[in-house]
Every structure is written in C-alpha cells, then in structure tokens.
Design a protein around this ligand. Structure first.
Ligand code: ARG
Length: 456
C-alpha cells in the first residue's frame, strides 16, 4: 500500500514526514466546518446531476453517503485522521469508504480552493446572523435599563472630569446606539458576502458545464462570484467579520471599563450583579468585577485576530496559497470570544443596579451647572459667551474656595463678579433643571431620551 496521500499522491514517491503532517494539517481546526462542507457538497452533487455531468443515480448515492457521514460526525462516530489534512479530504475519504469509487466523482468541476472558500463563507455568514441576534438581545437589556433611568441624574464626563448632568438612561442609550451600528455593520457585511465561490474550481473556472447559479441559490447566496481567480483568493469576508468584531469588542471594552470604574468604591455609581463578580482569597471585603475586567481584556485577542490575519493576507500573490489556511483558527477564536462576551454583557446589564445618591454626590462636587450659568449670562444679560465663560470661571473659583455648590453661592457674591446677575439665575443652577433643559434632539432631557428609545 502506498504511503503517499490518497487524494493527491499520484506523482509522489515519498510520504510526508511527521513534522510535515503536523504543519500541513488543519483538520483539528477545520473539522468545525463539517456541516458547511457537507451542505456545499450536497448542493454540488445535485448540480452535477442536473447538468448531466453525473447520472441521477450516482448523485443520489453521493448525497445519501454524505448524509451518513454527517450522522457519523454528529453522533461522534467519525474517525478524524490527521494524515487526511483537512475536513474536506476527511469527509471525501470516508464517503469513498462508504459508497466506493463513485464517491470520487463528487470532486468533478470543483477544487478544494473553491470548496474551502464556500464552506468558510457560509460559516462566517451564519456567525454574522448569530451575532446580530446576540446584539439585539443586548440592546433589549440596555433599552429596558435605560427606560428605568431616564430621570436618574449622574455626572456626564469629558476627560473623566465632571462635565454636565446627564441621566443614567441617556448614558446607557449611548451604548444602545453603538451596538445598533454594530448590527448594521454585520447586516451590511452579510450583504457583501452574498456571492458564492463554489464552481470557481482551482482558479480559472472549469471545463465542465457547471451551473453556478444553481449551487449559489441552493446555498442561500444571491448569485455566484464573478471572477474565479478572485473567488479562490478572497478572504475579505473573514477580514470584514474580524473588523466588525473588533469594533464591537472595542464598544464592549469601553462599557466594561466604565462598569469597573463606576462600581469601584470611590465612585459607587452602580452595583454589578454579584454572580458576575468574585471574592478575594485574602481580603474578605472584596467583590471584584472580574467578568467586566475580562470583557475589557478580551478585546485584545479579537484585535489580535484581525491584525494577525491581515498580516497573513498582505502581499499574498493570487490565487490560492496555503497561507490562507491560517484563516480559520483566528476567526473561530474571535467568534467564540465575541459571542461569549455579548452574552455575559447582556446578563450584567440586566442585573445592574444604579445608586442615584452616589451619582448625585459626585456630580455636585464638579460644578456641573457652570455651563448653564454661562448660558444664562448670554441669554438673560446679553453678555458675549467668551465673557460669560470668564465670569462663570470666577464664580466657580469662589465656590471652590468656599467649598460650596454653585447654587449655594450668595447672590451678593455673584453680583460682585457681574452686577447683571439676578435672583432667577438660581433656576438654572440645579442639576435637574440643567438636565431637563438639554432638550435638543439627541440631548439628555428625559423627553428626548424617551422619544429616541422608542424610535426603534
Ligand atoms: N485546508 C485548506 C485550507 O483550509 C484547503 C484548501 C487546500 N487547497 C490547496 N490547494 N491545497 O485552506
């Protein structure tokens, strides 16, 4: 019996070494594509019969055999042999064991190059759809929480310094919007991935009268790809998924970081559900936000996947090169990381508790209505904004020196800085009035947040 590869060993005298098998084999990773591979092969076999390239009987034997292989794999009755290189060869080899030589006819009018591109594209499209559902669930949780808190006042920050009063609902709505854009990006990517590479063969098309429109339709694509060389060289769909996953992970990481900060004792704005924290083995008082920290950290491996595979693809000549086999490991890792992160974050958001008094205390320390005072000077005293800013700065300095809130500064003191100030300035200096006044479209006023949350 020959020791060379059964699938392509015809011209070989020597078998690959153990090390060659180790570096060349992708089976341990790409076995995850077994279902997509069998689905693709069944569509291909149907097409071969429809076109008269195989007889109906041959095609049916192949399809029945492929279904047996599927059952074997799903029933854990399949032996994955590393020497068979990848999932495509493993399935085909088992098919031949089951149905004999006719199994070898399945590979007519295709090559592993278009086969792997098709299987993987189907996989990535399915992942986009799964992530869209997970993102929808996360947005549902954010929306529910945001609605509960459209009047809960907290500090809005810039530079992590207290800036202006906003509501906790408004803050959560910011993330609701970010994750909404991620959904759109996945939907758009799904659309861009709507062309099927199957039938492109090795790189130049096939001499057989294949119907690529038929297989594209069977596999849920809108149409076949338009250039066979591009089809087998293209991994844009992988990179696009990794890019979107990176942006989405960046959003997750920012929210997780804020939850870490906001749940720490000096802030104490929120309580993270205890099931998502852990204790310390030495400090009994600790309740550490481990899950949020890990959500923050996991963005690293997602970005890593993108950079790693971009680097792999950069400079590859057309068409297929074995380098491209490296696409699966990083994508699978990113898919798993992203879906776990989205699930965990949804649960954390649904269980998060706000501590409004602490939010208010932190807010009051930061002179959050200084902008309202400056705006009042512009509107009521007809002072140019630049001057109003300067006057307000002086009043803030006084308040700071006397350890009081802006609304506690006596009118006399204010008038000594600017005689035009009158009693009704105090109407704009409390934080609730300040928040309610920001009623521009997309502003933090409760009316706005409620309307925007109800829009979708
Ligand atoms: N295991 C390979 C991959 O994942 C399949 C394609 C192999 N094609 C080839 N010409 N060797 O990329």
């Amino acid at each position: 019996m020959t020791k060379t590869n059964q699938m392509w060993g015809g011209r070989f005298d020597k078998a690959p070494t153990e090390l060659m098998l180790e570096i060349n084999s992708s089976l341990s990773v790409d076995k995850r594509l077994y279902r997509q591979d069998i689905t693709g092969s069944i569509a291909h076999a149907k097409m071969l019969a429809k076109q008269g390239i195989l007889s109906i009987d041959e095609s049916q034997k192949i399809i029945d055999g492929l279904k047996i292989v599927l059952n074997e794999i799903e029933g854990n009755n399949f032996e994955f042999k590393q020497e068979l290189e990848d999932i495509h060869m493993a399935i085909e080899s088992r098919l031949k064991e089951l149905i004999g030589d006719v199994g070898g006819k399945l590979h007519t009018a295709r090559s592993r190059n278009d086969q792997v591109a098709t299987d993987f594209k189907i996989f990535v499209r399915e992942e986009c759809q799964k992530d869209i559902l997970l993102l929808k669930e996360l947005r549902k949780q954010l929306k529910t929480k945001a609605k509960e808190h459209i009047k809960t006042i907290m500090p809005g920050f810039t530079h992590l310094q207290v800036a202006q009063p906003v509501s906790f609902g408004f803050y959560l709505h910011a993330y609701y919007e970010m994750f909404g854009r991620d959904i759109k990006r996945f939907e758009n990517a799904f659309d861009v991935m709507d062309e099927c590479p199957l039938g492109s063969a090795a790189l130049a098309g096939t001499t057989f009268d294949a119907d690529r429109f038929f297989t594209a339709k069977e596999l849920g694509f809108k149409q076949p790809t338009k250039n066979a060389m591009d089809s087998v060289s293209d991994r844009d769909f992988v990179l696009e998924y990794l890019s979107i996953a990176s942006i989405c992970s960046m959003h997750i990481s920012r929210l997780a970081e804020e939850l870490v900060i906001f749940s720490s004792q000096p802030f104490s704005f929120v309580k993270i559900p205890q099931e998502y924290t852990s204790g310390s083995s030495i400090m009994p008082q600790k309740c550490n936000p481990d899950a949020c920290e890990l959500l923050r950290a996991k963005s690293g491996r997602v970005f890593g996947g993108l950079i790693s595979f971009l680097t792999t693809m950069k400079g590859l000549p057309l068409a297929y090169s074995k380098d491209m086999q490296e696409d699966k490991e990083c994508l699978f890792n990113v898919c798993d990381t992203l879906s776990l992160s989205l699930k965990v974050l949804s649960e954390i958001i649904s269980g998060i508790e706000a501590c409004p008094q602490n939010m208010l205390n932190a807010l009051e320390k930061g002179f959050p209505t200084a902008t309202d005072l400056a705006d009042w000077l512009v509107k009521k005293a007809n002072i140019p904004f630049r001057d109003a800013h300067h006057i307000t700065g002086k009043i803030v300095k006084f308040a700071e020196q006397h350890n009081m809130r802006l609304m506690d500064v006596p009118l006399k003191e204010m008038q000594s800085v600017c005689p035009k100030i009158t009693q009704d300035v105090y109407n704009v200096l409390n934080v609730e009035a300040s928040m309610n006044a920001r009623n521009s479209y997309g502003g933090t006023a409760p009316e706005q947040v409620k309307a925007r949350l109800n829009e979708d």
